[in-house]
Design a protein around this ligand. Structure first.
Ligand code: 1GP
Length: 245
């Protein structure tokens, strides 16, 4: 099954592993798999040497029975070892490099060298604090109290033909994407909706899952508190049993 089809059904939990932050990425991957995560994203806003990314993904693939998907912070984080890549365009960046420049460079690598890698075109929309992702990509984050602006971006993404929209509050953000914003976007978006950043409790995950995004991503919690991760995954399952869109 293609990863896009896999994530388009129901609400799943993905764990973000940033090898730059966590030397012990394999331990985190194993803990996340044990807690029942449905997929693993690999990537980060800051540097991961391109020489390392192949090995990191290979290692994670060797223990994972779920899709391993690239979440590249730069074109140096591409590898054919993954199951798919989120081909991100930071729609609310002020710098064209992050909207289409890096994508032009990355597209050539994908087409010429990794044509077998599934590409999921993803409108990456930064909201609230935005974290390192927002800072590095020169984003103008959408205020948390303006779900209407998030809807406008999601609609633009839909008409531009993106496969998915990713609402990103930023890793470690003080506030996650508000459920009201997820609800507003879900109402208009007939394709995969991914939400992440600042989700630290089962309660927060439950409230977001009730709005039926397709993927809820957590990163930091897997590094800091694997038990909490199990609670988050349970809450998602309870709030959004695996319904189809
Ligand atoms: C993925 O950036 C997030 O969208 C991960 O955020 O580290 O706050 O869970 P956390």
């Amino acid at each position: 099954m293609r990863v896009l089809d896999y994530i388009s059904q129901g609400t799943k939990h993905f764990t973000l592993i940033d090898p730059d932050k966590s030397a012990d990425y394999l331990k985190i991957a194993k803990a996340a798999l044990e807690a029942g995560t449905d997929g693993i994203l690999v990537g980060g806003s800051l540097g991961i040497p391109s020489a390392e990314i192949d090995g990191v993904v290979e290692d994670i693939k060797s223990v994972a029975h779920v899709p391993v998907v690239l979440f590249p912070g730069s074109i140096c984080q591409l590898t054919p070892r993954a199951d798919a890549v989120l081909f991100l365009s930071v729609l609310n960046s002020l710098d064209p490099y992050f909207i289409v420049g890096a994508q032009v460079q990355g597209a050539v690598i994908l087409a010429k060298h990794y044509p077998q890698l599934e590409v999921i075109s993803t409108a990456y929309v930064i909201v609230g604090d935005g974290g390192a992702a927002g800072f590095v990509s020169m984003a103008k984050p959408i205020p948390l109290k303006r779900p209407d602006i998030a809807v406008a971006y999601a609609l633009a993404a839909r008409y531009m033909g993106f496969n998915a929209v990713y609402l990103e509050a930023g890793s470690g953000a003080p506030e996650h994407v508000p459920p009201a914003m997820v609800r507003a976007v879900r109402k208009y978006l007939d394709r995969a909706l991914i939400v992440g950043g600042g989700i630290r409790s089962g309660e927060a995950a439950r409230e977001i899952a009730r709005e039926r995004p397709n993927v809820i991503v957590t990163g930091t919690i897997a590094e800091e508190n694997p038990q909490k991760l199990a609670e988050i995954i349970r809450a998602i399952r309870e709030a959004a049993p695996r319904q189809s869109l």
